[in-house]
Ligand binder design. Structure first.
Ligand code: AHG
Ligand code: MN
Ligand code: MN
Ligand code: MN
Length: 337
């Protein structure tokens, strides 16, 4: 099959092309260059001084890894100069990231988790970058506001992730299905490798950190028992348990193999009653991807993409994956009321 790169694929296969095709294509190309630069550093980790901590603590209260900071700086530097963005928000930064004076602004808002799964960096386990794109709400000649950024996930015009693993792979949706592109280092291009990804209607894997069982409510405990119970789960066999601790990798396996990933609310930290994952930079983009692949994503009961955000860094419980399993979980949570 002749190689197809991202731009070519967009032009050939996107029914609903976002308005101002040139701006969007340029945004995507700058994102792709950022992923290539981050991938180069990730694959050298261990050889150059990018392992370990910076000594800083971010807005999430997490210790910042050197690769968190590196990836964040690459994305902020490149995307704020792309001329197509009016505002950005990063999981690592407290407030909205403005476009530097003198650089043109554009019609798009970019939200990202520059490096997801950073606790796995030293162990050389898959990590990734997650991104989400909205169109600005304010008029182009107006200053951007928090309302341009705090939009419900259903308003996304594009979303996806780049997975830095045995190969570097970008998974992208622009509202016309989900497509996977694998970086071919010999030509330096992301080439179409997984056209039109669809999640299996049901799977055989559940993914959750069972170390926190003590902190779960009764509904979540019943959910996990359901997947372990060969009779109860209707498949005659227990589901396999897989948990890597990198959302982007746990999600990618769920997308390709089917099944379910859960990061529920837990009572570990009274300051984080809604669990650990962030709505804007993690749950919304992956929920857009999974719905475009005919899967589902909820907070246990409610559709993630319908949640009206109130804070850049608000957390949300996430239940995401194949329709069969997400619906089963929803039934159990609804039963508990
Ligand atoms: P990040 O590295 O961007 O802060 O995200 C880490 C998240 C996510 O990748 C993963 O699913 C989750 O942390 C794992 O959390 P636990 O270690 O609490 O299971
Ligand atoms: Mn983090
Ligand atoms: Mn993350
Ligand atoms: Mn992160």
């Amino acid at each position: 099959m002749p190689e197809v790169n991202v731009t070519e694929h967009l032009l050939l296969n996107q029914k609903k092309m976002p308005v101002a095709r040139g701006q969007f294509t340029h945004l995507l190309n700058q994102l792709i260059l950022s992923f290539k630069i981050i991938s180069r550093e990730v694959t050298k980790a261990g050889l150059v001084d990018v392992l370990g901590f910076t000594g800083e603590v971010n807005v999430q209260g997490e210790e910042v890894k050197k690769l968190d900071e590196y990836a964040n700086n690459v994305l902020i530097h490149r995307m704020s100069r792309a001329g197509v963005i009016c505002a950005m928000s990063s999981e690592e930064n407290e407030g909205i990231i403005d476009i530097p004076e003198g650089f043109p602004r554009g019609d798009y808002v970019l939200i990202f988790d520059p490096l997801d799964g950073s606790s796995n960096i030293e162990a050389n386990i898959n990590i990734g970058t997650i991104f989400s794109v909205y169109r600005r709400l304010s008029a182009s000649d107006q200053p951007t506001s928090i309302e341009d950024v705090l939009q419900p996930g259903v308003e996304q015009v594009a979303a996806g992730y780049c997975l830095y693993g045995s190969s570097t792979m970008m998974v992208l949706t622009t509202g016309s299905g989900v497509h996977g592109f694998t970086l071919d280092p010999s030509v330096g291009e992301f080439l179409l490798s997984h056209p039109d990804i669809k999640i299996p209607e049901r799977g055989g894997i559940y993914s959750i950190n069972e170390g926190y069982t003590t902190y779960w409510d009764g509904a979540t405990r019943e959910v996990v028992e359901f997947f372990k119970d060969p009779e109860g789960n209707g498949s005659g066999a227990p589901y396999s348990s897989r948990y890597i601790g990198s959302l982007v990798a746990d999600f990618h396996r769920t997308l390709l193999y089917g099944g379910i990933f859960l990061y529920p609310a837990d009572m570990r930290d009274p300051k984080k009653p809604k669990g650990k994952l962030r709505l804007m930079s993690e749950a919304n983009p992956l929920s857009f991807v999974v719905e475009q692949a005919w899967g589902l994503a909820t907070d246990g009961v409610n559709r993630i993409l319908d949640i009206a955000p109130t804070d850049l860094h608000q957390r949300v419980p996430l239940v995401i994956g194949s329709p069969y399993e997400v619906e089963k979980v929803r039934d159990i949570y609804r039963k508990h009321g």
